[in-house]
Every structure is written in C-alpha cells, then in structure tokens.
Design a protein around this ligand. Sequence first.
Ligand SMILES: [Zn+2]
Length: 174
Amino acid sequence: MLKAPNNNNNGVTFLADAMLGSIARKLRIFGFDTLYVAHAHDNEILKMGIDQNRVILTADKELFKRIVKAGTRGVLVSCSSDAEDLVHILSKNGITSIDLNGIGSRCSICNGLLTGRTPVQVKNTIPDKVAACHSEFFQCVDCSKVYWEGGHLRRIRALAKSVDSKLGRAVTAT
Ligand SMILES: [Zn+2]
C-alpha cells in the first residue's frame, strides 16, 4: 500500500547531478526530498547545494573535490549497483534505516508530495483496466501524475528492504 506523508528524510535532503537520475528517482520513491539537475554547470550545482543545504550527490570526482573544498556536504557515488550506491549514500548521512511506510510518498518524476485519491477522482487520468483492478490511488500535488500499487512499486519495496537490511548491518559492523 502506498502511504503519505512520510518520515523518511531524517532532516536530510539531496541534490543529485546529471549522472544520477536513477538514484534520484529511487531516493524520491523511498521518501527522500531529492532534487535532480540534468543540465547545470558544476558551479550552479555547488551553489544550489550550499544555498538549499542539500547533500550533493555526484559521480564526478572533480566536482566532489570542489564540494569538499567548499566545506559543504556531498557524497561521491561510485555507480556500482543502485542498492550499493543507496546504502553508501544513506549510511554516509547517518541514516540507519528506511521507513518502509514512507515509500510512495513522493513523486519520482518531480519530487512533489503525493496525496491520496479515490478512483472517482483519478478516473479520467488512468487507463480503464487500471481503474478496474485498483481501488487506491495517489496523485502528485505538483505535476498531477497518478500512482497506484503495481509491479514497479513492489520491486522498489524489495529494493528498499534490501537496502534497509544492509544499512542495519553497516551500523552493527561499526
Ligand atoms: Zn510530480
């Protein structure tokens, strides 16, 4: 079941650079406030991260050096697997578990918050066969995209559980 709102962010918000679109979408679905900038110069990313107090996520070593030099927060992402990258990003920011109830609280497309909708409210925006076999919907308050429980969300939930258990082990090990 989708749930909104969430308590997943632990006060941490993210800013992902152009190479990390997939990670940004997954962080959003996990419930983390994550901006994704596909077309921005390093200077702009750095300034945005500092101004908005966001942890900058980048796979670019040169940008990461500048983040460190500027004394702001960032994580150098190795782009191994999404699960490993997510564990790395979250554990670096003191996040020791994922609130599975927070999954599906945020729009993966635009980072907006999702709100519950009845089938009648979303009737005109979803395919008939989806309307026929689902009773619970969520809609992004910013871009109006409609979400429902489905295979995609089940895979995300499985990924979240895997990341969550790895986070638990990372904590036990230290
Ligand atoms: Zn949206």
